[in-house]
Design a protein around this ligand. Structure first.
Ligand code: TRP
Ligand code: ZN
Length: 484
């Protein structure tokens, strides 16, 4: 009798345990929690498991703070709604979004209020009903507060950065590489989950508001504010999303092949930017010849007030520059990322050299095609430490293998850029120009608007060119020693 009583207890207990671990009870599929991170080798908590986002509709109402400090209680305040359309990749009892700072006012899933709580940068959402595997669902997050800058592993700043200028003094720029986008909207903040975006920014009269993609409308809301609706029809990794608010001067145009150009320049930076930005349309056309069709419907640049950032960033379709770009190579570099990084995005942050190696190599190619020192000259200059050809030639470009940075603080390190570019030049030396440029165009075409890893690149390069490139990978891409 005792034995039978025990087993009656044991059966439901085992069933409950099974339900927890497998998500199944008696045939009806039930959810289990989605993972709180995607185990990226450098940022294990970035992104979330169990779902993929199709679309973000972000509605942001922002009051720029005065540059001098002070202001009203709402200065620097963001009031926002994020509507996220996603697809469940497993049964989900709960799932996470990455969000840093800010206050969550409410969350609904499929229109029903959902329980939510925050631990660190993880917003856990528990829908009223479990989501089924394959189900497309809609999450609405109402949130707000004063968004902040984050300090990167390499001590540079990302996230939401207040800038100078403007009728009341202030403005802002959002930059998200690698994990800064969680400072201004909740999401699946890992480059492996790309989605389309609608970013709507409402700001006081007198300010421009800029973002990625096409400006669909610019509306006077009737209460002293202007609403700017930006639309990104192509998939975008969340680190490439931007929002910029300030008293910018906007100019528009078109490239020879009809790509629209939308530039915005901070007051005081117009004269310094005019020369390099004037060449942007030509660069889009040049890139289309070298790498294949420009991947987006629109292009441009956002020139921030000097001193607002320490780096430029290839935000999708519309890179941001920290003050007037002094050298055309910098504009070209950020443009080249539109093919390499933005259209073909890394699978993880370990693949960063695929972004930076290609963008740096593009600078060498641009010079090669415009009467400057070509790729071979740059390659030799780095080996010789010749700073006459390239200022970075005597840097620590050899400090670590580009495909294996020693930690998250090194993913934007010199070897990722320069030795990354040298890897590409070594391939070119092995296979010759015809096969090399066929490889570059094939890579951009076959992974257009997708993600790719280093292993996929090395396999693709060998298959496409028909060459065994193992030595290049061993020495240049993965080798610890300085290549000779
Ligand atoms: N990825 C940017 C570019 O090369 C530069 C960049 C972004 C960066 N974040 C950084 C450089 C942090 C150094 C540190 O266009
Ligand atoms: Zn770059």
């Amino acid at each position: 009798m005792e034995h039978r009583a025990l087993s009656r207890l044991a059966v439901p207990a085992v069933a409950a345990l099974l339900a927890l671990t497998t998500g199944c009870t008696g045939g009806t599929v039930q959810g289990r929690p989605g993972a709180s991170g995607l185990r990226d080798p450098y940022f294990p908590k970035a992104g979330n498991g169990g779902y993929q986002v199709d679309h973000y509709a972000l509605d942001l109402d922002y009051d720029p703070p005065p540059a001098s400090g002070g202001g009203t209680p709402t200065s620097g305040q963001l009031n926002a709604t994020a509507v996220i359309t996603a697809r469940a990749e497993q049964g989900l009892s709960s799932f996470n979004l990455d969000l840093s700072g800010l206050k969550v006012e409410g969350v609904t899933v499929q229109g029903e209020p959902a329980r939510h709580n925050r631990t660190g940068n993880e917003l856990t959402v528990r829908p009223a009903e479990d989501l089924k595997k394959g189900e497309v669902f809609r999450v609405e997050v109402d949130y707000g507060g004063k968004p902040k800058a984050l300090v990167d592993a390499d001590s540079s700043k990302e996230g939401w950065i207040v800038t100078k200028g403007g009728p009341d003094g202030g403005g802002a720029v959002a930059v998200g590489e690698p994990i800064g986008s969680m400072a201004w909207f909740p999401g699946n903040h890992h480059p492996s989950d790309k989605a389309t975006y609608d970013i709507t920014l409402t700001v006081p009269h007198g300010y421009e508001a800029l973002s990625n993609g096409e400006l669909r409308s610019r509306t006077d809301t009737g209460d002293g504010r202007t609403e700017f609706a930006w639309h990104s029809p192509e998939p975008m990794a969340s680190y490439l999303a931007t929002a910029v608010v300030g008293p910018y001067k906007v100019t528009t145009g078109k490239t020879a092949s009809g790509v629209s150009v939308y530039n915005a320049v901070a007051p005081g930076e117009e004269a310094g930017s005019a020369g390099t930005l004037a060449r942007l349309p030509e660069m889009v056309e040049w890139g289309s010849g070298r790498f294949g069709p420009y991947p987006f419907t629109t292009a441009g640049a956002i020139v921030l007030p000097k001193g607002s950032l320490t780096y430029a960033l290839e935000t999708q379709t519309r890179p941001v520059f920290p003050g007037a770009p002094q050298e055309e190579e910098l504009v070209l570099h950020e443009l080249a990322h539109q093919w390499f990084g933005n259209s073909v995005s890394p699978k993880s942050w370990k693949d960063m050299w695929l972004n930076e190696g290609f963008a740096t190599y593009a600078e060498w190619l641009w010079a090669e095609d415009h009467g400057g020192a070509g790729a071979q000259k740059h390659f030799e200059a780095f080996l010789a430490g010749d700073t006459d050809v390239d200022e970075a030639a005597d840097s620590d470009w050899d400090a670590f293998p580009p495909a294996d940075p020693p930690g998250p603080e090194h993913i934007s390190g010199n070897p990722v850029y320069y030795r990354g570019a040298m890897v590409l030049h070594r391939i070119r030396q092995e296979v010759g120009d015809a096969k090399f440029f066929d490889l570059v165009r094939g890579w951009a075409a076959d992974h257009r608007h997708g993600n790719a890893s280093t292993a996929e690149f090395t396999a693709y390069a060998e298959e496409r060119t028909g060459h065994d490139l193992k030595k290049v990978w061993d020495v240049w891409l993965y080798g610890q020693d300085r290549p000779r």
